[in-house]
Design a protein around this ligand. Structure first.
Ligand code: GUN
Length: 277
């Protein structure tokens, strides 16, 4: 019998711990402030930004909101980031992605001071993670590690397979699993004999971005399956990269979509804001 990992419950536990920690910090006169910058009004981004601000309010992180019009120029945005970098009362800066196409995303992410990069996207933080130095870690993969640890699943010595190689999930996920002493393989859409590799996994993290691609033929009996994907299917219902119905009975633990990895991203953003580097 498999166990469904409850990401909603675990993320709530983390936010409650952080709320207590932030309250204790405030008693000592320390307040954390996150600046959230959104350019344009992409509906999905607006939902994410609203949820991030709500989480700040719950945990006790002050949030500053910059809602800029779609036509905002790159120089104007860079100017705001430089100003936020300088402000001593701002600890975290988050620029919601995607940005409008006339803005160079890489230039913007590079402009955020690595000390305030609570998304963990700056090359300095990515580099620090890869050589085991302290730094901000990308929230979604950090959330996957918390889901595993808080479900009592040990990573050390396990065959961990990451399906997907994006900069914000696949690559940092591999680094984090390695840091936990997992034996890590990264595979992707161009990998030959993909199933042979994914079927070796004790822990399989699916972050490939293809709706329900991972069916039972990709999974070893008793594996732990973590689904990072989020898509809408034909009926406008949410689904992941994993075909839950066929895969779940083969697993020991599996995350659902929604209610698995999703809620962990914001919880880990709050951890980055409260705990710093
Ligand atoms: N857009 C989608 N996910 C994210 C995220 O984790 N951080 C930011 N800044 N933008 C996003």
């Amino acid at each position: 019998m498999y166990q469904v990992i409850d990401g909603k419950k675990i993320s709530q536990e983390i936010k409650d711990e952080l709320r207590e920690k932030a309250a204790r910090m405030r008693e000592q006169g320390i307040e954390r402030t996150l600046a959230v910058v959104q350019v344009g009004a992409d509906p999905a981004s607006s939902v994410y930004v609203r949820n991030k601000k709500k989480a700040c309010e719950y945990v006790g992180v002050r949030s500053l909101s910059y809602e800029l019009p779609e036509e905002t120029g790159e120089e104007k945005l860079l100017g705001i980031i430089r100003e936020l970098n300088e402000r001593e009362d701002v600890n975290g800066i988050l620029v919601q992605l995607p940005l409008p196409s006339h803005i160079n995303e890489e230039r913007v992410l590079l402009a955020i001071s690595p000390e305030k990069d609570v998304d963990g996207f700056h090359p300095v933080n990515v580099g620090n993670l890869s050589i085991g130095r302290p730094g901000y870690v990308s929230c979604t993969p950090a959330g996957v590690i918390q889901l595993l640890k808080r479900s009592g699943i040990s990573i050390q010595g396990k065959e961990c397979v990451v399906l997907g190689r994006s900069n914000i999930v696949g690559k940092p996920m591999a680094m984090l699993l390695l840091r936990e002493n997992g034996t890590v393989t990264v595979c992707h859409s161009r990998t030959e004999n993909l199933r042979e590799i994914t079927r070796r996994a004790d822990i399989l993290v699916a972050a490939v971005g293809k709706p329900r691609m991972v069916d039972e033929t990709y999974v070893k009996d008793g594996a732990v399956v973590i689904d990072v994907g989020i898509h809408r299917n034909e009926d406008n219902k949410l689904c992941g990269d994993v075909d839950f119905e066929s895969v779940a009975p083969k697993t020991s633990y599996i995350t659902p979509v929604p209610g698995g990895v999703g809620p962990m991203t914001i919880a880990m953003l709050m951890a980055n804001c409260v705990e710093g580097i």
